[in-house]
Structure formats: structure tokens, C-alpha cells
Design a protein around this ligand. Sequence first.
Ligand code: PRP
Ligand code: URA
Length: 209
Amino acid sequence: MGKLYVFDHPLIQHKLTYIRDKNTGTKQFRQLVDEVAGLMAFEATRDLPLEEIEIETPVAKAKTKVIAGKKLGLVPILRAGLGMVDGILNLIPAAKVGHVGLYRDPETLQPVEYYAKLPSDIEDRDFIVLDPMLATGGSAVEAINSLKKRGAKSIKLMCICAAPEGVKVVQDAHPEVDIYLAALDAQLNDHGYIIPGLGDAGDRLFGTK
Ligand code: PRP
Ligand code: URA
């Protein structure tokens, strides 16, 4: 079974409070999502393997470490996942970015894929799927299906806010995928919204209603 991490770092928890607050406007919401995504990526990349290389500092030769192994791919689920990309690219500028476009049918709550474009060297990358919200889990499961169908072998899922129902759906469908969260909330309401959650992440990020 993949691991479930809920980051309790004070900076993440502090910023999450203002992400949740309904009085936080679009500009600040976007900024905070960006910052939390970066902080989460810092924690979620702790297991990246290192290798030793030799360099010369201005005063001596030195054996120092660099990240080894496969390269990273970020896959935001459109739209709201886009809000998490830049914060991570600030830390890992060499990561490639694929996109999977999904929307939840408001009647059935089922995800509908409308776009997919991924890096060509898909089998050689470690992917992190990004979406601020993991509610019923349908969108995340579908996005991971989409990556696997195209050959991805290594996938993590990073969401800011999740409902237990969604976590279980992802774990059942993709038991090997590690899940990284800033918060595991109480439950879903009848409309598939996370309680207490933060509302509609896409609308709050992009100022739409
Ligand atoms: C929201 C959110 C997730 C999805 C989560 O997207 O950004 O992608 O719902 O719900 P689920 O776990 O029940 O599938 P939405 O469909 O509203 O599209 P948007 O990002 O374009 O606003
Ligand atoms: N999508 C959102 O944007 N918010 C929720 O609470 C659930 C799904």
C-alpha cells in the first residue's frame, strides 16, 4: 500500500488557514496555494536519491551531492492543479510539466477527460500529479489512469485538501501511489464538496463563479 503523508509543518498549516478562509481574495489565494505547493514539494522530495560528484570550489576540490536517477514530471489536473505548478518549479526548475484536463460532471460527479499532453520520455520520469482538492477521488483516479495508460511507471499524488472518501478511492484503485496532503478533512457533503474544505478551488484560483 502506498503511504499517506499529511504535512503538519507550521508554515503549511498557517498558510492553509488563510487558503480556507472565505474572505481571502483571488490574488492572495493564488499566492498561498503557490507557496503551500512549494513547501509540500520540499517535504515530498525528501526521498529523492543523491549521488556524489566531484567539483572544484574556488579553493579546493570537493566531493558533493546532486540528485541522481530519474527526472521529475509534474502533472497538474486542469484547471485547479495549475495553481500548484509554479511553486514547485521554483524549487525544481528542470521538471517537465504534462497536463491532464478533467472536469467533474456536476450531476454524476464523474470525471470527464478533455485533454492530455505528457512529456515524451514518460517511462523514465517520476511523476507528481497535482490537484488542490481530492474529494470523491474520481478526478485523481482518472488522471493516474491516464498517466499509466501512456506508460508512466512512477506516480505520486499531491493535494492540499482531501476527504477520507477520496483517499480511500485512490488507495483502492492505485494502491502503490503515495499521497501527500496538507490536510485530511472530515467528510464530503451531498454535492461532493469537502467539509470544511476551502470551496471550489478552481473558481477561487481564477476568480470565476
Ligand atoms: C475540482 C478539483 C478536482 C476535483 C476534485 O475540479 O480541482 O480536480 O474537483 O473532485 P473529485 O475528487 O470529486 O473528482 P473541477 O471538476 O471543479 O474542475 P476545475 O478544476 O476546472 O474547476
Ligand atoms: N472540488 C473543489 O474545488 N472543491 C471541493 O470541495 C470538492 C471538489
